[in-house]
Design a protein. Structure first.
Length: 571
């Protein structure tokens, strides 16, 4: 189902805590996404006068978000500018974000990110298989089983060219090459003169075991007749398909064999020449066959190859993967040209930014995370934000945004992106990839060596906002865009405020808002299909742990009352 699961993972992980002046709860839900890529911090004793709350929304992988959660708080605290935060708190956060982003591209950290990415893949592969998801794929698999081979390959983006003609060309080449390795010096000379010599053939052939000349000639004697017959069968089958213009002609085959005969001077090569001629002549006399017969022939060749696996000498095409990699050209030159064309197409796609949509391969280079960090002091809240994770303060029932969502279409962001050499697509993606303009990591977008790290097209430079606390400030919400794409800042404030005034506990409010933002299906525009992480911090409210033991003790007392009730009624 594309980037989504067949059904959402609705388990909600919660964390609670607090100190003498505040209490908090954090909740996270994976939802429809294939993986949970969010991470967070909730540190009530971060410093002597400060609590720290942060949400990191990963993309392209969870490793940058996870690594930031584990290491950013300590990195911030050790900065000299953090020690001087009273005079310039904004500089402290700016130094922390840019410095930490620079650290992410260091070799040691890149290695650690790769390890974390691998650990995540191993964990995912160890998860229980969703039987419903497997069952949903069965109809497509049955449908594919009844399709022609070329149609199936076409569904997977493989160019629809005749596999049979490729098989034919490879068989011809192996006949011509059967004694091409008799003498190493002859081989080198032939490679210099012929672009389709043994070295080029080795790209599509498994290595052969070494043996003496007499053993090789004995092998050729045994196989020459059957190989010639195989070529005839393949060529006959191929006549039902459109034959490419650059197929090897009878004259070219004869010339090839004559060259080898002249260089070696053996009667055996004369026999090979005659066999090759007979094989070419049989093409003209072979009846037209259907594509299904051709596929049967390919399967038969595979079985023959497996039975001859222990025998030395050239072997037939041994696996369907060899065919899939090929084309319908009868020369390695044309086959290489097809490969080069595909490589060119791939490079053009990368330049256009299309590859960014398919997920990264190098952690930290092709993956990153937004970051919204809120430092709560006794008299103020300071928020540093890079990306579209958001912090909102409830003041007398009204939503006060403490951060700004960074999007490529914004004028400031757009100017920086263009200056760094980037582009913005019609749907607001940088180089066709990210739909945000500031984040930690994503160093593939930060390669302009003439610019500082903070001025790259994707920047880690945070916007920093300081807000003085008042008696009317009741709670703070820090959450990823899985919340904000479904609800506005005011809607979230109203949602939380209503439940707090009704005596609701933070834990259940956090869980309820996660469920509220989860989409019922993935058929819409993607709203409600993202990971969800939310932290609610209740201000001016000392933390009191929930007494779960007392609740368990209350239960027997309630049961006793319920048991006494029938007795009283009967009296």
């Amino acid at each position: 189902m594309g980037a989504y699961l067949s059904k959402p993972k609705t388990d909600i992980e919660t964390e609670e805590g607090g100190n003498g002046s505040l209490s908090y709860c954090c909740a996270s839900m994976q939802g429809w996404r294939l993986n949970q890529e969010d991470a967070h911090n909730a540190i009530t004793d971060f410093d002597s006068d400060c609590s720290l709350f942060a949400v990191y929304d990963g993309h392209g992988g969870a490793e940058v978000a996870q690594y930031t959660s584990l290491n950013f708080p300590e990195f911030l605290k050790k900065l000299d500018s953090w020690g001087q935060r009273e005079s310039d708190i904004a500089k402290a956060f700016e130094d922390a974000f840019i410095g930490f982003d620079d650290k992410l591209r260091s070799p040691d950290v890149m290695k650690r990110l790769q390890e974390m990415a691998n650990e995540g893949k191993q964990k995912d592969s160890g998860d229980d298989i969703d039987q419903d998801e497997l069952d949903s794929e069965k109809p497509d698999l049955f449908k594919e089983a009844n399709l022609p081979l070329n149609a199936v390959l076409g569904n997977y983006g493989i160019k629809s060219k005749s596999l049979i003609s490729y098989l034919m060309s490879q068989t011809k080449k192996r006949l011509l090459e059967s004694e091409g390795n008799d003498d190493d010096e002859d081989e080198d000379d032939e490679e210099a003169d012929c672009p389709t010599g043994p070295r080029s053939l080795k790209r599509t052939m498994p290595p052969t075991t070494s043996m003496d000349t007499s053993a090789k000639r004995a092998k050729v004697d045994d196989e020459s007749d059957s190989d010639a017959k195989d070529v005839a069968d393949v060529n006959g089958s191929e006549k039902s398909a459109k034959e490419p213009e650059n197929t090897v002609t009878e004259e070219e085959a004869i010339d090839k064999v004559e060259k080898e005969a002249n260089s070696n001077g053996t009667e055996k090569k004369e026999e090979d020449k005659e066999n090759a001629v007979k094989a070419e002549e049989s093409v003209e006399s072979k009846a037209e066959t259907e594509v299904e017969q051709a596929k049967d022939l390919a399967d038969g060749d595979k079985a023959d190859a497996e039975s001859d696996e222990s025998a030395p000498g050239p072997s037939r095409v041994k696996d369907v993967s060899d065919i899939i990699k090929g084309s319908d050209s009868d020369s390695d030159e044309d086959y290489d040209e097809d490969e080069e064309e595909e490589d060119d197409d791939d490079s053009e796609e990368e330049e256009d930014g299309v590859d960014y949509l398919s997920g990264g391969e190098t952690p930290g280079d092709d993956s990153g995370a937004t970051a919204c960090v809120a430092a709560v002091f006794k008299d103020r809240i300071v928020v540093a934000n890079a990306g579209d994770t958001r912090a909102v303060l409830c003041r007398n029932g009204e939503a006060v945004d403490l951060s700004y969502d960074h999007k490529p279409e914004d004028e400031v962001e757009k100017n920086r992106i263009y200056k760094a050499g980037g582009t913005i697509s019609a749907d607001g993606r940088v180089n066709g990839g990210l739909n945000l303009s500031r984040a930690l990591g994503d160093h593939f977008y930060k390669k302009n060596t003439s610019l500082e790290l903070k001025d790259q097209m994707i920047s880690a430079l945070p916007d920093v906002k300081s807000e003085k606390l008042t008696p009317e400030d009741s709670f703070l919400v820090v959450a990823c865009d899985g919340i904000w794409n479904s609800m506005s800042s005011q809607q979230v404030v109203d949602f939380v405020k209503e439940r707090l005034e009704s005596g609701g506990e933070l834990k259940y409010i956090c869980e309820e808002i996660c469920r509220h933002c989860l989409a019922p299906t993935t058929e819409g525009d993607g709203t409600g299909c993202d990971n969800i992480t939310v932290i609610i911090v209740k201000l001016n409210c000392p933390y009191v742990p929930r007494k779960t033991e007392e609740k368990k003790e209350d239960k027997p007392a309630e049961e006793e009352k319920s048991q006494e009730a029938p007795v009283a009624a009967s009296a």
